[in-house]
Design a binder for this molecule. Structure first.
Ligand code: SOE
Length: 389
């Protein structure tokens, strides 16, 4: 079978991560990249050895060789670029958030369904072996009934008032920042693990740093503002949250809470999910992703290490090396691409309700939850999530 041919739009932090994950599959080829200018596209194409560079993504969409397109642009462009990809009749893998409002995500979902293309959203944390293993433990009821779903997602790269990035500006990043950027991953991951959907939220969103100093030169994602001395800065009033705490009710009767922050020194990418069930609890932390802690009341607690022989059958294909040969963030991305392209390669039906990856349905569901979170934070009351799927 000939290789599947891909075009990537976006040359920032995440575009090259997609390229790397795709290349590890072997049967998918990145043939083109588009950037915000021809110069940035050519620079990325040279650096990543991609044959074609486009300064305008619409030219990439016209390229007959390109079958699948990855949308790795900043959040405010997700909607228009996704819409153009769908109109061009190409399969699409979109970075999250799918778009910045539920009206937009709803339109994208409808259009993608109508065109019959395969649509995916980059909720990559589902694809870690230990998340798969935890999901099988929960679904086989080995831990008992799910009662509490707790955790946090913490980063520190925006801790200081001189840390700045496009995500902070609601016009570019969307109306909810920390909760939309990383809280959305936590919500997707725990719903995936437990099979329980978020039905109600009570949110407190806080802007801890109301004024930031923006460098006059560009600040990359995860760059360290406080290490730059000789730059000029301008004061910016901040309208997006640095921190949020959200209480949840879930469809299967569980209740939960998450704390989200991008201003927690020392926490780099601390996505932690803790599921308390009637017999045992389990804890998974992305920063120690090859371990799963299982807690018991009447016998010693366990620490399961990622080793193919120790994981459920469902989880084994997600582990590519023997136990002790630790995996990392790129493996989750590779697994996501393997699920997405495996599905395209076997002509899977995008309308099926058991897709092996997060789709635009999940991207839209996430927008519905974020909408309820914003409303709850404004009204200071519980809000029921209304899904219009
Ligand atoms: C930046 O906060 C970021 O790159 C997020 O946008 C990603 O979704 C997360 O996986 C890592 O951090």
């Amino acid at each position: 079978m000939p290789n599947i041919k891909v075009g990537v739009i976006g040359t920032g932090f995440i575009g090259p991560a997609h390229v790397e994950a795709i290349r590890r599959l072997g049967f998918v080829e990145v043939v083109a990249i588009a950037g915000s200018s021809l110069e940035s596209a050519r620079r990325a194409a040279n650096h990543l050895s991609i044959p074609k560079a486009y300064g305008d993504y619409r030219d990439l969409l016209q390229d007959p060789e390109v079958q699948v397109v990855h949308n790795c642009t900043p959040n405010h462009l997700h909607y228009s670029v996704n819409l153009d990809i769908i109109k061009a009749g190409k399969h699409v893998m979109s970075e999250k958030p799918l778009a910045v409002s539920r009206t937009q995500t709803r339109t994208l979902l409808e259009q993608a369904r109508q065109k019959g293309i395969v649509h995916g959203v980059c909720f990559n944390y589902r694809q870690y072996p230990m998340v798969q293993h935890l999901k099988s433990l929960v679904l086989s009821r080995a831990l008992g009934d799910v009662r509490l779903i707790r955790g946090n997602y913490l980063q520190d790269w925006l801790s200081s008032a001189i840390d700045y990035n496009w995500r902070i500006d609601p016009k570019l990043g969307g109306p909810v920042r920390a909760v939309g950027d990383i809280g959305s991953h936590w919500m997707d991951t725990v719903q995936y693990i437990t099979g329980q959907r978020i039905t109600e939220v009570y949110a407190d969103l806080v802007t801890v740093l109301p004024v930031r100093k923006k460098r006059k030169t560009k600040s990359d994602t995860f760059s360290h503002g406080s290490k730059v001395q000789e730059d000029e800065y301008e004061d910016i009033h901040i309208a997006s949250e640095d921190y949020g705490t959200i209480l949840f009710r879930f469809s299967g009767g569980a209740t939960g809470v998450v704390t989200v922050s991008q201003i927690t020194p020392g926490r780099k990418n601390h996505l932690l999910c803790e599921i308390d069930c009637s017999e045992s609890s389990a804890l998974w932390n992305q920063e120690q992703s090859e371990q799963l802690w299982i807690g018991h009341r009447n016998k010693p607690n366990e620490m399961v290490m990622a080793d193919p022989a120790l994981l459920s059958e469902q989880a084994q294909p997600f582990l590519h090396y023997p136990g002790g040969h630790n995996q990392g963030w790129p493996d989750g991305m590779k697994n996501l691409m393997a699920q997405f392209y495996g599905f395209i390669a076997k002509n899977g039906d995008p309308l099926s309700d058991s897709l092996p990856f997060a789709s635009f349905d999940d991207g839209h569901a996430n927008a519905c939850i974020l909408d309820a979170i914003v409303e709850s934070s404004k009204k200071r009351e519980w809000i029921r999530v209304s899904y219009d799927m």
